[in-house]
Design a protein around this ligand. Structure first.
Ligand SMILES: CC(C)(COP(=O)(O)OP(=O)(O)OC[C@H]1O[C@@H](n2cnc3c(N)ncnc32)[C@H](O)[C@@H]1OP(=O)(O)O)[C@@H](O)C(=O)NCCC(=O)NCCS
Length: 151
């Protein structure tokens, strides 16, 4: 299993992996076009040419980044792939000099193990302005905001 930056050939695999979890409301759907536009931000875990894990690094500004679209295929869960992807994304954001990384998630236990801790959404107005204001769940958001301090 290899973890690396994504290539254009990975786009269909990234799309299908995200789509599986978007169907059950665990991830936000991404289109082929939006994945291509943001390809530089994507990391993949690949086994025998198959994308079995994905994650992306979104940068708001010098103080804030977000780990997005983190997913491991159903039959590859529990093997440390999510952990490795998260670690690489955290390390790269740290090297870029960004202060904090957030995650909006249902996976509190997983991110706690990755040293993230829970915060109030009010402390991340950049996120609220970008995604939450236009979200149908704005008044009933059940995701938890978590953060890790990087620098
Ligand atoms: C969350 C997710 C990425 C974890 O990937 P994974 O490869 O199965 O996780 P790992 O094997 O790297 O697990 C790392 C640690 O977290 C724990 N963990 C993983 N998923 C967990 C869960 N759902 N609940 C509790 N603990 C969990 C593991 O037991 C492991 O603990 P350990 O280090 O003490 O052994 C994966 O379950 C997934 O794709 N979920 C659906 C999409 C999703 O919700 N993504 C997050 C969006 S913010």
């Amino acid at each position: 299993m290899e973890i690396r930056k994504a290539k254009v050939a990975d786009v269909p695999g990234i799309y299908h992996l995200i789509e599986q979890y978007a169907k059950t409301g665990q991830l936000l759907i991404r289109t082929h076009t939006s994945i291509c536009e943001d390809l530089l931000s994507f990391y993949v875990a690949v086994e025998e040419d198959e994308v079995v894990g994905v994650g992306s690094l979104y940068i708001y500004d010098e103080s804030l980044s977000e780990i997005r679209s983190l997913a491991v295929s159903e039959n590859h869960k529990g093997k440390g792939i999510g952990k490795e992807l998260t670690q690489i994304i955290v390390d790269d954001a740290r090297l870029l000099g960004i202060e904090r990384m957030i995650s909006l998630t249902y996976q509190i236990e997983f991110f706690t193990k990755m040293s993230f801790y829970i915060i109030e959404k009010e402390t991340i107005p950049q996120k609220v302005r970008k995604d939450c204001l236009g979200c149908p769940k704005f008044f009933a958001c059940d995701e938890t905001a978590m953060v890790i301090q990087l620098n």
